[in-house]
Design a protein around this ligand. Structure first.
Ligand code: BGC
Length: 738
């Protein structure tokens, strides 16, 4: 929870008492950049915040201007520091593939320290929009499809940015976090950016809200309201989400900023007639600060004068903003030391951590005949594909402060590490990932023919994912698939190192690849991290945080789906020519695809193998408020040390409302030497068993529960336990007025 010490509250009230109406309205206004106009607005106390002002000189100048205003209130300076600052970490979806809260926290702490040295006080991250459709470009910025994993990682990022203790926030290397986009942005229909999100209250509460609650519980000081509408009401004017749930149910004391122009966009949505209407609806719904558009600035004086908005609402918004500014220690230290950045930026420890997180983000999806790690005998390597040496592309989307010159590419790392011991046949085949020019194909094929193993570095350039970068065709862009075909035709084993901001279905190629490493966009240390994995210095440990479709036609696709009344059946799609029309055996799915994904959520190979055995549940029967421990023995059955990500899934097979076929309820990484076994135990309590019933009460219903301890969402060893009783057990105080 954000610090709300008596001292801070007293300072907020004392300051509020001294502020004029103009001072107050100024606090609600966020400007963009340090233009002369914005400096002038700051001097007149008409800005509470700016975004995208970076560098000690510029931020100090802005702060100086704000402090010279009558009320002398420092600005809170915001910036999108999404996956690192100058040291760039893997994109958030890749960080989610680590399944490691520790990695996410450490990466965020480094990003915060570097950004703070540039005068940034506040970042618009973490983004925890649940994403079930990889056509959506912002899936790259998300933490995947699972509410439990996304919430755990988002909370870790909040701790990394802000510190673990409320008082840490005032330290010079900490900045305020912003959980975004509240809420439902990832549910854009068809994966089309900014599109309508139609979400039932049950799905909102079960799927989209929990990661935000985890971030708020971790002390996140701010939230950003989303661009989208939620079932007819824009998120930026959504009283239910912002006031009922966020403030009322969760007790959030920080402030909410709109997204870029999302207040004025309510006119386009068609729920507001004009700027005055938009300002009133957003502020009254609970959006405290307006980003960039100026409806508050232009309209609030008149809205207050007419009584359409009450002073109480304005005071409350100002109070929330000041609370965060005090907690950040901005009144004590508004300026940043101009010499600090040089000591912090790209520090060797930061790069080492970036390499470690990058390596842990990579997911090994295919490894036929153990082509990886590269055998000592594989001395001749062909280095093919347009992304072997494209430093800017490895920064990924939303990396404004990263610089291409700081990136070590795969080719540079291969040359540095293997240049002396191996023969590297370098022939990219394509100059650019989107190029259609096949002039370089012959050289690439020739390099492949001379090689023991072909390393094909391909995929999406960074610009094809992120905001407003949804795609309808998700294969390899440009002529890459044709290049891959020609290289595969040499018969040499081909390892595809795939870079992308999302899973890319490759239905015509996957089965022909010897190896497939999902490398997302890994940031500054891309090359060294990959070489460690290719050579086996390190074993892959990443797991998919999203379901990987076979083809775009399956989207949206996610593991925690419902069973339906006609669940998938084997052979359901088989209709040989001449089959008469007969509605027997009809089931959910497609005629022309198996019901399964290409790779399930949670999937990832290692350089060894693991077995799961001896599932035990204790007690086998218990009351709803008991705890149940579920354990199993995991054994490394292969020949190398490896890390397994052991996952616990739950299902409530009979309930008063339909429940997902599986839901993740925990996971533990276990590192085992060959032949070594470990007993892993998970503990489930009422909060894990609960769901929202027909009346939207959070309850545990008596009956049987199914659990799996599993390597991914599609496999595992199964057991059952019984929750005894005759009536549902409510978890939260029940609102009987519903
Ligand atoms: C994005 C936000 C971002 C903001 C500020 C918007 O377009 O949706 O995620 O934080 O811009 O750059």
């Amino acid at each position: 929870m954000i610090a709300c010490s008596r001292e801070i509250e007293a300072r907020v009230e004392a300051l509020l008492d001294r502020m004029s109406l103009a001072d107050k309205l100024g606090q609600l206004n966020q400007g963009h950049g340090d233009s002369p106009e914005n400096l002038e607005l700051a001097v007149r106390g008409k800005l509470g915040s700016v975004l995208n002002v970076v560098g000690a000189k510029s931020t100090n100048a802005m702060q100086k201007a704000a402090l010279s205003a009558p009320a002398g209130i420092p600005l809170i300076i915001g910036r999108d520091v999404i996956h690192g600052f100058r040291t760039v970490f893997p994109i958030p979806l890749a960080q989610a593939a680590t399944w490691s809260a520790e990695a996410a926290e450490e990466a965020a702490a480094i990003a915060a320290a570097e950004a703070a040295s540039f005068g940034v006080n506040w970042t618009f991250t973490p983004m925890m929009d649940i994403a079930r459709d990889c056509r959506w470009g912002r899936i790259a910025e998300s933490l995947g499809e699972d509410p439990c994993l996304a919430g755990e990682l988002a909370a870790a990022m909040v701790r990394g940015l802000q510190g673990r203790d409320p008082d840490d926030l005032a330290a010079p290397e900490r900045i305020a976090a912003c959980a975004k986009h509240f809420v439902g942005y990832g549910a854009a229909e068809g994966g089309r950016e900014y599109n309508t999100a139609e979400i039932s209250e049950r799905n909102l509460r079960e799927v989209y809200l929990p990661p935000f609650q985890a971030a708020v519980d971790a002390g996140c000081t701010t939230l950003m309201s989303a661009f989208n509408e939620i079932s007819g009401v824009p998120a930026t004017g959504n009283t239910f989400a912002l006031n009922t749930v966020l403030r009322g149910e969760w007790g959030f004391l920080g402030f909410v900023v709109s997204d870029w122009g999302s207040v004025v966009e309510m006119i386009q949505h068609g729920t507001c007639a004009d700027e005055a209407d938009a300002a009133r609806k957003a502020l009254c719904a609970g959006v405290d600060m307006e980003m960039v558009s100026q409806c508050y600035e232009h309209e609030l004086p008149q809205l207050l004068a007419s009584g359409a908005v009450s002073m109480r609402v304005v005071d409350e918004a100002v109070r929330r903003i000041l609370r965060v500014k005090f907690a950040l220690g901005l009144f004590e230290q508004p300026y940043v030391d101009e010499g600090r950045a040089a000591q912090v930026i790209l520090h060797a420890d930061h790069r080492a951590k970036a390499r470690e997180v990058a390596a842990s983000s990579v997911v090994l999806l295919r490894n036929e005949g153990g082509v990886l790690p590269l055998a000592p005998s594989a001395k001749r390597l062909a280095v093919v594909g347009p992304l072997a040496d494209a430093p800017a592309e490895h920064l990924g989307c939303w990396a404004f402060d990263g610089q291409a010159e700081d990136v070590v590419t795969p080719l540079a790392a291969l040359r540095a590490e293997l240049g002396a011991s191996h023969e590297l046949g370098v022939a990219p085949g394509l100059d650019d990932p989107r190029s259609q020019d096949q002039a370089g194909f012959a050289a690439a094929v020739e390099a492949a023919e001379q090689a023991d193993v072909v390393l094909f570095f391909g995929g999406e350039p960074a610009i094809l994912s992120g905001e407003a970068h949804s795609r309808a065709f998700l294969g390899l862009p440009g002529a890459q698939e044709a290049l891959l075909d020609q290289v595969l035709a040499t018969g040499k084993p081909v390892v595809l190192v795939l870079f992308a901001g999302r899973p890319l279905p490759l239905p015509h190629h996957i089965d022909r690849l010897a190896g497939l490493l999902m490398a997302w966009h890994l940031g500054s240390e891309t090359g060294p991290a990959l070489v460690e994995l290719l050579t086996g210095t390190r074993s892959p440990s990443g797991r998919l945080p999203v379901t990987w479709p076979r083809t775009v036609g399956q989207l949206p696709l996610y593991y925690n789906t419902k069973h339906t009344g006609r669940p998938p059946l084997p052979g359901c799609g088989d209709i040989p020519v001449g089959t008469p029309l007969d509605p027997v055996g009809f089931c959910t799915g497609y005629l022309d695809l198996p019901p399964t994904p290409q790779f399930p959520f949670g999937f990832g190979l290692t350089y060894t193998s693991f077995s799961y055995a001896d599932l035990a549940i204790n007690p086998a029967e218990g009351a709803a408020n008991d705890t149940f421990s579920i354990s199993a023995t995991i054994t490394n059955t292969g020949e190398r040390t490896g890390t397994e990500q052991v996952q616990l899934y739950l299902r409530d097979p009979v309930a008063t409302v339909t429940r997902p076929v599986r839901e993740l309820r925990g996971h533990q990484a276990v590192k085992l030497a060959p032949g070594e076994s470990r007993r892993i135990t998970f503990v489930l309590s009422a909060a894990d068993l609960a769901f929202h019933d027909e009346q939207m009460r959070r309850v545990v219903e008596p009956g049987e529960f199914q659990v799996w301890i599993a390597p991914d969402a599609a496999r595992g060893i199964e057991g059952r336990f019984l929750v005894t009783g005759t009536a549902p057990m409510p978890l939260d105080p029940i609102d009987f007025t519903r």
